[in-house]
Design a protein around this ligand. Structure first.
Ligand code: ZN
Length: 296
């Protein structure tokens, strides 16, 4: 091999290695929140993790397609198995890794409506190992884990993003994972077909604000790490949108007429709230549909 070719090969190999490392860092973003609690951002909803002497406690597991890289990221940080996994709700970008996690002996738990909805989906798809993806333990209102030096308070909030949402509050570390009952800096997805509601969502955020304080670190379902100020802003925004759209609805305005009133969402749009998964039109349509249901 000519010397030029050898150099070219070496450059190519190192470029590939650098690219692979970049890609790995891009795909898996493990963010330290406290010495024991981390947030893992990747393809689906944010994952929460508590590492410590007792083992690993995990919140949500994103999609089936990226669970192997999630497991590798966790193992690179701590070789212990994940002992407990909570599904904050049934959506696939938070529960898709369940089958793979159950295979490693992880005990999966959730609010009981999450299991019901996952079970229906498994029954409809008739997948062979689908049942192993179902939470083994369910609760109706709340549970407490005494784990890794923390009291972990897992509590149900009613008819918010869905009808099975749970938030997870690490009380001693003062960190809370909201599931999809909070999207940081964007309009939230409120799944009306699966028991979600605009006022329930706002009420759930008020409950969070009652339990926490200004120093609490908030892991949202989607978006970057947040503060209670961000949560307050979203709660007030939803109440404002609901209030404005209710008034217009009661004044006899149609959905199309309400959609044409730019002023309703203007100040939130200016802050980029409509740039995520739920754009302005979808947000207004969701609030309109929910207001209509309330008044039917
Ligand atoms: Zn969701």
């Amino acid at each position: 091999m000519k010397i030029q070719n050898v150099i070219a090969m070496a450059v190519l190999v190192s470029a590939t290695t650098i690219f692979a490392q970049d890609k790995k860092q891009e795909n898996q973003n493990l963010i330290e929140i406290t010495s024991t609690i981390y947030m893992l951002q990747d393809q689906g909803g944010n994952i929460g993790l508590s590492f410590g002497e007792d083992g690993i406690f995990m919140i949500d597991d994103q999609f089936a397609r990226n669970i192997e890289s999630t497991q590798a990221t966790i193992a690179a940080k701590d070789k212990q198995p994940v002992q407990f996994l909570v599904n904050t709700h049934h959506h696939g970008d938070h529960t898709g890794g369940n089958i793979a996690m159950a295979k490693t002996g992880t005990v999966i738990f959730s609010q009981e409506n999450v299991r019901k909805r996952l079970k229906t989906a498994v029954d409809e798809s008739k997948t062979k190992d689908g049942d192993t993806s179902l939470p083994m333990i369910t609760f109706s209102e709340d549970m407490r884990f005494h784990y890794n030096g923390d009291t972990i308070f897992v509590f149900h909030v009613h008819n918010a993003h869905t009808d099975g949402d749970a938030m997870v509050y690490f009380m001693d570390s003062n960190v809370i994972h909201t599931g999809d009952v909070f999207f940081n800096g964007r309009y939230p997805y409120i799944d009306l077909k699966n028991g979600g509601s605009v006022l329930g969502y706002a009420k759930a955020l008020s409950k969070l604000l009652m339990l926490t304080n200004e120093d609490t670190k908030v892991i949202p379902g989607h978006g970057d790490l947040a503060t209670v100020k961000d949560v307050t802003f979203t709660r007030d925004m939803l109440l404002d949108l609901h209030n404005q759209i209710s008034k217009l609805y009661k004044a006899g305005k149609t959905e199309a007429e309400i959609l044409s009133v730019i002023g309703i969402t203007e100040k939130y749009d200016a802050l980029g709230y409509g740039s995520g998964f739920i754009n302005t039109e979808r947000m207004v349509k969701t609030v309109y549909a929910d207001v209509k249901k309330e008044n039917d």
